[in-house]
Design a protein around this ligand. Structure first.
Ligand SMILES: [Zn+2]
Length: 568
């Protein structure tokens, strides 16, 4: 199958090989006299999970938690651009990388234009390469190719600028293949800094198909992270590229501390990859988990290498300063210094980026500023020990209301699909408590389709048990018609009891009509029992369900957290 990525992949491989071969004698022939002559300093700057947050994100999405428990307002593309320039101005050589999820699940100001403004921003700040995140696949492989190489959207055309010329940086994914085994995305790129080739290897999560809708990754397969890193690193090593950096859309959970802390939950996949992958790799930028950490993990040879992540939405920039020995062309690991830098809003906004963001906001305003409802207080995603969120309650209720015509009795939604809090006092010009379309959109940006399926009472029980998995806990958000008890002192698989639907105890053999989004219906986030549902019928888009409910219920108050009872 001829594809742009595959053809260009081959071209890059050849160009890289030539460039390295041509460059090699020059680097070796130069006589090294003083320590500064013998080394090259390079600053690697990383961003991850930007998700189209061109305007400063609001609520908890726009704050960084510091080590002392205080918070700092952070984020906004124009401020980020200024911080990047400052970090670059402090050094002679620098490379700017992203660990993926630049686009997708983005606010209206970016999403309305198929995230073209965000790509323009990343082009403007000189991004050198990005890993592909799961959200780069949200609208499928063909759309990712368009994002990379340009062209107007096939159905919506070019709505932001007269043309769309694509990303000036490559999307990388060394473990992304077509089902026939050919690479579907470029595996790596090489940058030259101070005459030294630096290999950038892009990796995405092997489990990517479990976090996107099946249609989005049809015809693709995703290989193991470590195998892909090792294979690509060995290839680059043979080409003479000895300084190797992995930018990886995969990350761990952190247990608090500020941006410089390293309190990773034990057993995380990123630590495992960093501890296992070939010692040829010198540094890891990570992402996907939206956490802040600045860690050092020993490679299999016992030498430390940084593993860093900078939250999400452009609130932090991660820096890794490396010192390269010109003779070996490899990193002197003991001299590596890594740090997360807060993207404060006290610096001057970059005028070029600010103008672009203003353009996008002006074009989106007529749609985005339309009021769709009102709330009496913040509807947040923070939850009591039961995991029941006020905002999750409202969204599940909205999804049930939008699918009663399907005969739905209950609605269940995934916490990962609820992206931001709905804040009472928004930063815009609208009055307090007014919810605009743009704000509702930011909460439910995926354009998931509602689907109603039939589950037996036994399967309803089984799917609720799947909230606790060995690697993650994800508490589903449920409509007011569903109640149950959870007992965490019981083993995984036996924690749910007392399930009722509309106040009636659930019969294991009786059928129940359950509304979920298409992501859950396909068994997403490990809720495989949903995929066993029968009699599937479609419904509206989740955002439309949400805005219709907000409109029908003005002055909506946070519901009491009484749907899930914690016992034991
Ligand atoms: Zn992700």
């Amino acid at each position: 199958m001829p594809t742009g990525f595959a053809r260009r992949s081959l071209a890059v491989l050849i160009v890289t090989a030539l460039a390295v071969v041509l460059c090699a004698p020059a680097a070796d022939a130069r006589p090294a006299q003083s320590p500064t002559d013998r080394t090259v300093d390079v600053r690697l700057i990383g961003i991850n999970d930007f998700h189209g947050n061109l305007q400063p994100p609001t609520g908890s999405s726009g704050r960084v938690s510091n080590a002392d428990g205080s918070t700092t307002d952070a984020g906004g593309a124009a401020f980020l651009a200024t911080h990047v320039k400052t970090l670059e101005s402090e050094v002679k050589n620098s490379i700017l990388l992203s660990a993926g999820d630049n686009i997708g699940a983005s606010p209206l100001v970016s999403a309305l234009f198929h995230d073209e403004p965000t790509i323009e921003f990343l082009n403007d700040i000189g991004l050198d390469a990005s890993a592909v995140g799961n959200h780069e696949f949200d609208e499928g492989y063909a759309e990712l190719k368009r994002i990379q190489f340009g062209g107007c959207h096939p159905t919506d055309g070019c709505q932001f600028r007269p043309t769309y010329t694509g990303a000036k940086f490559p999307f990388l994914g060394a473990n992304v293949f077509f089902t026939n085994g050919l690479p579907a995305v470029l595996p790596f790129t090489v940058k030259f800094e101070g005459g030294i080739p630096i290999g950038i290897i892009g990796i995405t999560l092997q489990d990517l198909p479990s976090v996107v809708t099946p249609a989005a990754v049809e015809g693709l397969k995703f290989g193991g992270e470590v195998q892909a890193i090792d294979r690509t690193a060995n290839l680059l090593d043979r080409l003479g590229v000895k300084t190797l950096v992995v930018t990886m859309h995969q990350g761990d959970q952190s247990e608090g501390g500020g941006p410089q802390a390293c309190n990773l939950e034990a057993g995380g996949i990123a630590q495992k990859i960093a501890a296992t992958a070939t010692p040829k790799v010198d540094a890891f930028f990570t992402g996907h988990s939206h956490q802040q950490y600045n860690c050092s993990v020993n490679d299999p040879a016992g030498n430390p290498r940084p593993v860093i992540q900078g939250l999400s939405f452009g609130r932090l920039l991660s820096t890794i300063d490396i010192k390269i020995d010109k003779k070996t062309r490899d990193v002197i690991r003991s001299a590596t210094v890594s740090k997360n830098v807060v993207v404060t809003r006290t610096v001057a906004a970059d005028p070029v980026v600010q103008k672009m963001v203003d353009d996008a906001a002006a074009l989106a305003a007529p749609i985005g500023n339309r009021p769709v409802g009102s709330i009496t207080a913040d509807l947040v995603r923070t939850a009591p020990p039961s995991g029941e969120q006020p905002l999750g309650d409202v969204i599940a209720d909205a999804q049930l209301a939008a699918t009663t015509s399907n005969g739905a009795q209950i609605a269940i939604t995934n916490p990962g699909g609820i992206r931001v809090d709905l804040v009472f006092k928004a930063s815009g010009t609208e009055g307090d408590g007014v919810v605009t379309y743009a704000e509702a959109f930011a909460v439910q940006p995926f354009s998931n389709i509602m689907q109603t399926i039939t589950l037996t009472g036994a399967r309803l029980d089984a799917v609720l048990e799947q909230q606790w998995q060995p690697t993650a806990t994800r508490i589903l958000q449920i409509s007011a018609s569903l109640h149950y008890s959870q007992n965490l002192s019981q083993p995984i698989g036996s924690r749910v009891s007392d399930i009722t639907v509309n106040g009636v105890p659930v019969d294991p053999t009786a059928p129940y009509k359950v509304s979920v989004n298409n992501f859950l219906a396909a068994g997403g986030d490990g809720f495989t029992v949903f995929a066993e549902g029968t009699d599937l019928v479609g419904g509206p888009i989740d955002l439309d369900a949400f805005t219709a409910y907000l409109t029908a219920h003005p002055n909506l108050a946070p519901p009491p957290a009484d749907r899930v009872t914690v016992i034991g």
